[in-house]
Design a protein around this ligand. Structure first.
Ligand code: MOS
Length: 733
């Protein structure tokens, strides 16, 4: 049987995307569409004393200016603003709710006009007087209000004592600055008003999450608001929670009883989600032979005053490296900032960066090859929960990666390898991410002409979900790929979770398999009714759908075509809905793994760093589509280069305001920064995790990349820079 699963397959939505046929949230037009523009706070904390909209209102073409004083009603209860992804502790931000200012760039007024330019101009005429209060925005300030969270995993042994008793010790502090997602597509929402009902085209990773949120906030019934997000121009976690553009267009549409669009500016994109700046403290104690006695990992990350956002930064070593003792702790500094959010591999991207740099430093202290150290402390068990893994081909990642990179040719001495005026450095790091899976529901409709439509409320945030849904459906129903149509990104479709956490591939594929199985059962029931049916006495598991036919497994001459089966039942379509159902228990750890090898060249005089080669060898179970999966890893490696060398959101502490809220001063890697990236997928059969052995790829690609580059920079220069990004001034001083 031809299999699309595992075959490199071009995106089925690729043509629409590159020809402009794919419509994004800000591209849905209706006659009489009004355009909104946000006025945002210039202070970080306080309240609005007076807001004067009269000058803005006088501009020709301005329809209204909404503020907390004249907006339509919004729910008063905290619970109405909660969503599937937000932190459990705290009170979510409510746009235009009251006069309180909680962070710089908070939206405080919405100008609605006939044209976007008019709205934006008029927004500049809104005058605001503030009662300013003293703000706290500096993670590094002494005396911040600190919240200690429950440790992500229990301690093992007495790490403090074991560390003190270790022969070889390494202790250091690593710092990751605030980073922003910076997706190409700006956050945008178009609310189409139709007799009191709304269709909201929103940039989001979860249409049903946004729909529930809007229903709660505005006391609307589910049939009164539909949320659609067919294509997403990058989100990386920024679109997991309902962002304020959706609430604001609904507010305006309800106030004006009219369709409204809002597109954020690039500067305003710095007033929402971001990766929190984090201080990571690592202490590793070892024996001279290269075994670990103690791992202590403490993270202090920033969060907002109103919500406690945290992800696991610290417990990853318990799944990677055998250590007799370990202790983890996670603390939050409460600041006058928007709540941080998930950004590609939240927690791991930061925590594993620190862990993997610390491991490199320990290897130097032990005079051991850093790859050899990782082999010596390799753990086949998750020590945090004392369970095995469903699968863990990390050794194979090390082996295949090292071979592809040529690691055995490395001179261990720093500054020993050169290329002309440049110092050459080689570094490695390990990556790890969770292999999560969620309950997703899928509906498949198969028609007598052999065409299937598969539908699910999930999103495709650019990861290739449209394509893998088509691949899995085609395989399960024995149809050619182009006989499958995929529908997603619409709140009216069967319920699913947000697309995030790298869980969508496994979750949606198993729902498809379950729905396809129901279809097969129903077709067999109908096929048995065909006169002299050759499938009269076979069971469901004894037939397969191939080439538009239900075929007996034992004898391929025994078949009934889909068309004949449907004809016999006098139906022209069979439609089934089913959910993925995972038996996730605590008997196993479920993770993806990777080994990253990086080469840098550093100009000895100028400190300019170039990342000339990266090999990322990934073990992530069954790879559904090697083409889109390697694109995921490649994109993540590029982001890892940005994290290591370029990205940093800077706050002017005097104003509590981000200074570089633009692409000129927030640096991301450009083509010239990206050279040779090689992605390897290591075979990883996994019969425990789920029937199809899928783990999901995406986030795993970034974890460890910045560490491999930082370690390569040390190897090239002999200089250890622990606070990201590694800019040339830090190398030169
Ligand atoms: Mo991802 S940070 O779960 O979109």
């Amino acid at each position: 049987m031809a299999s699309y699963i595992g075959t490199p397959t071009s995106r089925i939505d690729g043509h629409a995307k590159v020809t402009g046929g794919a419509k994004y949230a800000a591209e849905f037009n209706v006659p009489d569409l009004a355009h909104a523009s946000i006025v945002s706070s210039t202070i970080a904390k306080g309240s609005i004393a007076r807001i004067d909209t009269s000058e803005a209102m006088r501009v020709e073409g301005v329809i209204d200016v909404l503020t907390h004083q004249n907006r339509p009603p919004m729910a008063p209860a905290d619970s109405a603003y909660r969503d599937d992804v937000g932190p459990e502790d705290g009170s979510p931000f409510r746009p235009l709710y009251d006069d309180k200012i909680m962070f710089s760039r908070q939206p405080i007024a919405l100008v609605v006009a006939e044209e976007p330019e008019i709205a934006r101009f008029a927004a500049s005429l809104v005058r605001v007087d503030y009662n300013e209060a003293e703000h706290l925005t500096d993670l590094f300030r002494r005396g911040n209000k600190i919240v200690t969270l429950k440790a992500p995993a229990p301690p093992r042994g007495n790490a403090g004592k074991a560390y003190a008793a270790s022969d070889v010790r390494h202790e250091a502090e690593y710092v990751i600055p605030i980073e922003h997602h910076n997706p190409m597509e700006l956050f945008a929402s178009t609310a189409i008003w139709e007799d009191g009902k709304l269709t909201v085209y929103d940039k989001t990773q979860g249409v049903q999450n946004v729909q529930r949120y809007l229903c709660n906030v505005f006391a609307m019934k589910p049939n009164e608001v539909r949320v659609v997000s067919l294509f997403v121009g990058g989100a990386f976690g920024a679109g997991l929670r309902p962002q304020y553009e959706a609430a604001l267009v609904v507010l305006a549409a309800r106030a004006l009883r009219r369709s409204v669009r809002l597109v954020l500016t690039r500067q305003q994109m710095y007033g929402l989600s971001y990766r929190p700046a984090t201080i990571e403290r690592l202490a590793l104690g070892a024996k001279p032979a290269g075994t670990l006695n103690a791992v202590t990992h403490e993270a202090i990350a920033m969060t907002s005053m109103h919500e406690d956002y945290a992800r696991d930064d610290t417990a990853w070593s318990g799944r990677l490296y055998k250590s007799a003792s370990a202790a983890y702790s996670h603390k939050l500094a409460k600041l006058d900032v928007p709540t941080p959010g998930d950004m590609r591999a939240p927690g791991a991207a930061t925590g594993v960066y620190a862990l993997e740099c610390a491991m490199d430093e320990l290897a130097v202290a032990l005079k051991l090859d850093p790859l050899e150290l990782r082999y010596r402390v390799y753990s086949d068990r998750d020590q945090n929960n004392d369970v095995p893994f469903t699968s863990k081909q990390l050794r194979e990642c090390y082996r295949r990666g090292a071979e592809a990179f040529g690691w055995n040719k490395r001179n261990p001495e720093p500054r020993a390898m050169r290329d002309g005026s440049e110092l050459v450095g080689w570094g490695i790091a390990t990556g790890i991410w969770d292999a999560l899976q969620m309950k997703f529901t899928v509906r498949i409709a198969l028609t007598a002409n052999g065409h299937a439509e598969v539908a699910c409320g999930t999103s495709d945030i650019g990861t290739g979900t449209y394509t893998i849904m088509a691949q899995v459906t085609a395989d399960m129903l024995g149809l050619p790929l182009d006989s499958v149509t995929v529908k997603l990104g619409d709140s009216t479709l069967p319920q699913s979770q947000v697309e995030g956490g790298s869980w969508t591939a496994a979750s949606v594929s198993h729902a498809i398999a379950a729905a396809a199985d129901k279809i097969k059962k129903e077709l067999l029931r109908l096929a048995k009714k065909v006169p002299d049916s050759p499938l009269r006495s076979v069971k469901t598991e004894e037939v397969t759908l191939v080439d538009g036919k239900l075929v007996g497994n034992r004898d391929a001459r025994h078949f009934v075509s889909i068309a004949d089966a449907m004809r016999s039942g006098a139906v022209d379509r069979v439609e089934m809905e089913s959910s993925s159902d995972f038996k996730d228990d605590s008997s196993h750890a479920r993770n993806t793994h990777s080994a990253i090898f990086a080469e840098v060249k550093v100009d000895e005089e100028l400190g300019v760093i170039r990342v000339t080669r990266v090999v990322n060898a990934v073990a992530a179970g069954r790879i559904l589509n090697p083409k889109t999966a390697s694109s995921q890893i490649m994109g993540s490696v590029v982001w890892g280069i940005g994290m290591a060398l370029h990205e940093e959101t800077l706050i002017d502490q005097a104003f509590g305001r981000i200074m570089n809220a633009n692409f000129a001063e927030y640096h991301v890697p450009v083509n010239a920064d990206v050279q040779d990236i090689k992605v390897i997928f290591v075979e990883e059969p996994d019969e425990i995790i789920n029937p199809l052995g899928i783990k999901g790829v995406g986030e795993i690609g970034i974890v460890g990349v910045a560490a491999a580059i930082a370690n390569a920079v040390y190897h090239a220069t002999g200089k250890r820079v622990r606070d990201l990004p590694i800019t040339l001034d830090k190398l030169m001083r």
